[in-house]
Design a binder for this molecule. Sequence first.
Ligand code: 5GP
Length: 205
Amino acid sequence: MKIHNRGLLIVISGPSGVGKGTVRKALFERADHDLIYSISMTTRAPRNGETNGVEYHFVSKEEFVRQINNGNLLEYAEFCDNYYGTPLDKVQEQLDKGNEVVLEIEVQGAMQVKEKMPDAVYVFIAPPSMKALEERLKNRGTECQELINKRLNKARSEIQMAAEYGYIVVNDTVENAADKIMAIIRAEHARTIRVLDQYQKLMEE
Ligand code: 5GP
C-alpha cells in the first residue's frame, strides 16, 4: 500500500547568482530520484543553447499577461525586466498523481506559493559568502555589467528572506547542496503530519 496519495511540492529558491539552477540540475542528474521539474514560463529571450519547452516556455509579454489574467499561473514575478511564472495546471496534475514536483524560482514567487500552499517544502539556497555570490554573478558571463549590478542589488535584499523558509542549504559545493536537498526530501516524507492519515487507514486494515 502506498502511504502517500498526493505528491510533495518542493520549492528551491534563493538569491540570484547563488547557483540554484546548477544545484537543481545536479539533483535531476542523480539516478535515485523521482522528481519532476516544473518548467516555467518566461518573457526573457532564450540564451545560447536554450530550447523552448526544455529550460523554459518562452512566450511574449502579451501571452504572459493573458496567462496571468486567466489565472493559469501558480505564482509569477517580474525579475530584471522580465516575467517568470509557474504554470498551475501541470503542477496540480503531477501532485494529484502523487508525483514530486520541484519548482526552482526566485524569492517573490516562492513567497506567493507559500501563501497558497503552506505545507510544501521550502528550501533556501544560500551562498557561502557575499563575496562568493558576487564572483558567481560576475563570472556567469551571460549578462552585461548593468544587468549584473541589478542582479547583485537584488540578491542583497533577497538574502534577507532566508528566515521565511523551512530549510537553509549553503551551496558550498554543488554535490553537497544536492545531497542535503535529497536528505530533506526523504525526511519530509517521513513527517508524521504527512503520513498519519494514511497510516491510520493502514492500521485499520
Ligand atoms: P534566469 O533568467 O537566470 O533563467 O532566471 C532568473 C531568475 O528567475 C532565477 O532566480 C530563477 O530561479 C527565477 N525563475 C525561473 N523560473 C521562475 C518562475 O517560474 N517563477 C519565479 N518567480 N521565478 C522564476
